[in-house]
Design a protein around this ligand. Structure first.
Ligand code: PHE
Length: 336
């Protein structure tokens, strides 16, 4: 063969190399076949591309340029074909065949969040925690002693009316107030005391926009030497400003509870500013209550309060109907 013939033959061999390589890569049906093709064509030691590269040395200087250019192009195209084959086969194929493509984005599970009442509860625990109050708990199925007797509520008191309470068997009932926890705490430890108790209470009220047969209360109790009504008012005002905003208006009205003396009703100006809504009751712990738990009313004084959590939550968020808090309606709850 003459020298030009050799050069022509060399270029033709590059064409064949490219055609063989491309069909090997595109025809591969598994990662193992791609790997076999890679070794055959692109292998560092005895791959056909490597061999073709060595052939360059034997060529006449005049033929080198054309061969070198064509060689680079072939090498590049086989490398891309190899990458493409790998990408094609590295994807999981099994499920695609069943009409289910696992490479498609999945359906995100719907994540919920804390119910607004739970958010309120958590914030109350946090706020009163900063005033030094710790959390106490008591049972929802309560005995009549803790719900009434120990709270200085006499046997004939109208608050005991079966129409106003959920009585269970044998002197037990669903508690109608969290004041029961005051008694349980004082029975179990000596003063000083600074606790809150949060939980459900039950009363057979007719359900309307501001009433429900079950709602939540936060009870507070502080007992120590020299605790006064001024402390009670300060704590409740500070609390209302922290939770409902600096500009919230609250008022104290004289009232009566058998377990506090004197007693007040605490109101807050409702959102909209056109009416007062009861936030809860409060007062100085009655000496009879202290005596019933073995505290000396000449030694210590204390205040107690009980607030409705639903109403605090409603005032805070501008909710107008308590029933919305119990209906578990996603579009409503999603706003908080
Ligand atoms: N337990 C009272 C109620 O449910 C509220 C209250 C608590 C009043 C503590 C005084 C002291 O209405």
């Amino acid at each position: 063969m003459s020298l030009p013939d050799l050069a022509v033959e060399a270029l033709a061999s590059l064409d064949a190399l490219e055609a063989d390589g491309l069909s090997a890569f595109t025809g591969s049906g598994s990662p193992a076949e791609v790997e076999a093709a890679r070794v055959e064509f692109l292998g560092m030691k005895q791959g056909r591309v490597k061999t073709a590269q060595e052939r360059l040395k034997a060529l006449e200087p005049s033929a080198k340029r054309a061969y070198g250019q064509r060689f680079n192009a072939v090498k590049g195209s086989l490398e891309s074909a190899h990458d493409a084959a790998k990408a094609r086969l590295d994807r999981p194929t099994l499920a695609i065949a069943d009409g289910f493509d696992v490479t498609r984005p999945g359906t995100r599970p719907k994540l919920g969040h804390r119910h607004p009442l739970t958010q309120t509860t958590d914030e109350l625990i946090d706020l009163f925690g900063r005033f030094g109050f710790t959390v106490a708990r008591g049972p929802e199925v309560e005995d009549v002693h803790h719900n009434f007797d120990a709270l200085n509520i006499p046997p004939v008191h109208p608050a005991r009316d079966p129409l106003d309470n959920f009585y269970l068997s044998e002197g037990t009932m669903l508690r109608s107030q969290t004041s029961t926890v005051q008694i349980r705490v004082m029975e179990s430890q000596p003063p000083p005391i600074r606790v809150i108790a949060i939980g459900r209470v039950y009363r057979p009220d007719t359900v309307d926009a501001t009433h429900s047969f079950m709602f939540h209360q936060i009870e507070g109790l502080m007992v120590d030497k020299g605790v006064t009504m001024a402390d009670l008012k300060t704590v409740l005002r500070l609390f209302a400003r922290s939770y409902l905003g600096e500009d919230v208006k609250i008022r104290f009205r004289p009232s009566f509870f058998p377990f506090t003396e004197p007693s007040v009703e605490v109101d807050m100006l409702w959102h909209g500013g056109d009416r007062w809504v009861e936030m809860g009751g409060a007062g100085m712990v009655d000496p009879n209550v202290f005596r019933a738990v073995g505290y000396d009313p000449d030694e210590v004084t204390g205040f107690a309060f009980g607030l409705g959590i639903e109403r605090l939550c409603m005032r805070r968020h501008g909710i107008d109907d308590i029933r919305l808090l119990y209906q578990n309606e996603g579009r409503f709850l999603g706003q908080f």
